[in-house]
Write a protein that binds this ligand. Structure first.
Ligand code: PMP
Ligand code: GLN
Length: 386
């Protein structure tokens, strides 16, 4: 977790946002919307502050929000966690991941992730002192696919956790039933717990549909499912997340959460509890994101990049090799000057020196969760690269 010179390294997202601020480039690096979520939800938080929701809420989260999470899971997926014992409110999905991994894995345990992986997955595995094992997502013409042979080799009796992320950051892949079945079979065979990061659950496009792995046979009792209001309702700065799973696992995670943050943002919890009954806002966001994805992908292709069109999330991966950019990290450093745009190298989501890091070395990630006029300006600028 330290930089090469022993100083604390900042995340690639913070670094790229700082680069955008320094150079005035358009920030298509860090994934956050440039339009806030619904005014009604903002007003609910303001009202909650005025109504005195300003001291420590209950450690597991207010019951109203835990009920809303349980009802959301039932409505969308037929899952029925008990709000009293099987749901925990967290400070974003980030804390849910940290508390889960710290509670359930330690030295001597293997923790399997997909590769590329979201940076916090790897950092939390390192904090837990566990061993990080990865399974490649391999780029194809239509999407990135899980390497099922590599999965069979990676999951063993040493595997304590398998961390799934679908819809997947950074590839935009939505895992299909065959892939989810293979992961579930590995978890059952080797008695591993699945931790599933579903923060983009509602942000899927075209025919892609998110299937929670907890709905597969035998998986409810061995899955911790994690999500967050940040992505679904465009309030990434509010840091209200949650998880659910079987009581013994959730109890272990709650024990760790007590000593990470104790509780999570009081006035935001009732506001998100209200928001969670609204299925229209996430649906409208997914539709508008699909259109913005199309603007960015078409612009990237016109500029000379190869793209794998994402099925979900905020992100698309583009390959700079056809333009002569063989190193995505170097491209991201030069892009603000060459084109006035900031992106993130895919190598930041890979184990340094891994096969996947080498395979994806020339690829960079762009976000399209920006207003259409910003995306049009960005693709205009990128067309200068050719
Ligand atoms: N998981 C993934 C895959 C993400 O992309 C992100 C970033 N937004 C998070 C977790 C963190 O979510 P939160 O902001 O709710 O902590
Ligand atoms: N999840 C966002 C992304 O992938 C950023 C979150 C962060 O800055 N840690 O870009």
């Amino acid at each position: 977790l330290l930089g090469a010179d022993g100083t604390v390294a900042s995340t690639v997202f913070a670094e790229m946002t700082a680069l955008a601020q320094r150079t005035g480039a358009i920030n298509l690096g860090q994934g956050f919307p440039d339009v806030d979520g619904p005014a009604t939800v903002k007003h609910a938080a303001i009202r909650a502050i005025e109504d005195g929701h300003n001291q420590y809420p209950p450690g597991p989260g207010i019951l109203e929000l835990r009920n809303a999470v349980a009802s959301h899971q039932y409505r969308h997926y037929g899952l029925d966690p008990d709000p009293e014992t099987e749901v925990l409110v967290t400070t974003g999905a980030t804390e849910a991941l940290a508390a889960t991994i710290l509670a359930l894995a330690g030295p001597g345990d293997d923790v399997v992730t997909l590769e590329p992986f979201y940076d916090a997955h790897a950092a939390c595995i390192a904090l837990a002192g566990a061993n990080h094992v990865t399974v490649p997502l391999v780029p194809g013409a239509d999407r990135f696919r899980l390497d099922l042979d590599a999965l069979r080799v990676a999951v063993t009796d040493r595997t304590r956790l398998i961390i799934v992320n679908s819809p997947h950051n950074p590839t935009g892949t939505v895992l299909d039933l065959d892939e989810l079945d293979a992961i579930a079979a590995g978890a059952r065979r080797h008695d591993a717990v699945v931790v599933t990061d579903e923060v983009y659950e509602h942000l899927t496009f075209d025919d892609a549909r998110h299937v929670p792995i907890a709905t597969l046979p035998g998986m409810r009792q061995r899955t911790i499912a994690i999500s967050s209001a940040g992505k679904t309702f465009s309030f990434t700065g509010w840091k209200i997340g949650w998880l659910h799973g079987p009581e013994p696992l959730v109890t272990a995670v709650r024990t760790v959460k007590q000593f990470l943050t104790y509780t999570s943002g009081a006035p935001f919890q009732p506001a998100i509890a209200d928001a969670l009954s609204d299925d229209e806002t996430p649906r409208a966001l997914a539709d508008s994101l699909a259109a913005r994805r199309d603007v960015l992908c078409a612009g990237l292709v016109r500029a000379g990049f190869d793209v794998v069109v994402p099925q979900g999330t905020y992100f698309v991966i583009a390959d700079g090799a056809p333009l002569g950019f063989e190193d995505g990290t170097a491209l991201c450093r030069e892009l603000p000057v060459l084109a006035g745009v900031v992106a993130v190298p895919v190598s930041a989501f890979c184990t340094p020196g891994s096969t996947t890091a080498r395979t994806l070395v020339s690829r960079v990630r762009f976000t399209f969760v920006k207003r259409p006029e910003v995306l049009h300006e960005a693709v205009g600028r990128l067309s200068r690269l050719g």
